[in-house]
Design a protein around this ligand. Sequence first.
Ligand code: GDP
Ligand code: MG
Length: 185
Amino acid sequence: MARSSEVFHFKILIIGESSVGKSSLMTRFVDDTFQPTFFPTIGVDFKVRTLVIDDHQCKVQIWDTAGQERFRVITTSYYRDAAGVLIVYDVTNGESFSRIRRWIDEINKYCDDNMAKVLVGNKDDSPSSDGNHIQKVVLTSDAQQYARQMKLTFFETSAKDNKNVYEAFYAITRLALYQRLETRA
Ligand code: GDP
Ligand code: MG
């Protein structure tokens, strides 16, 4: 139970190349389900989940790109008033990792430099989960080193296995919360 009656509202973005699993992460976090077939997001703007963090009630509005990343045009309204961003790549797709830098540059163009950012390597499934396991090509150590260099909190997740999904959303919300509390003090 949250001690304070104040409700904090946060707009959190999910960014990254097409098909890295952004929509799946959001669905897993908000509905706790996984949709195994490819399902380009059309028209879905955001979903909401409430988290209690250190006694603060946080209402998190999670914005998906609605598939716009495909055309490399994400509108300014998408970035407006965002409190944090999950920057997602696919651990089985090296190109999605090498493009992280471009996404960070774009974010920095529209948002405050110190906006909360978390790096997420998705599709880090358990090798034993089924016969269709795809080879991991982005090494954990390389991503960790990059995250350290860029001062990003880092998680490897699997929307499929429900690994670290809650943890990643919790971490970005917590960063956003403390940034807000600091700017008030
Ligand atoms: P988006 O384009 O970034 O929103 O990606 P989607 O969420 O639509 O996912 C693209 C494809 O990757 C879909 O076929 C998903 O089922 C699959 N996918 C998403 N997350 C995972 C995961 O953690 N593991 C595996 N193996 N596949 C995933
Ligand atoms: Mg999507």
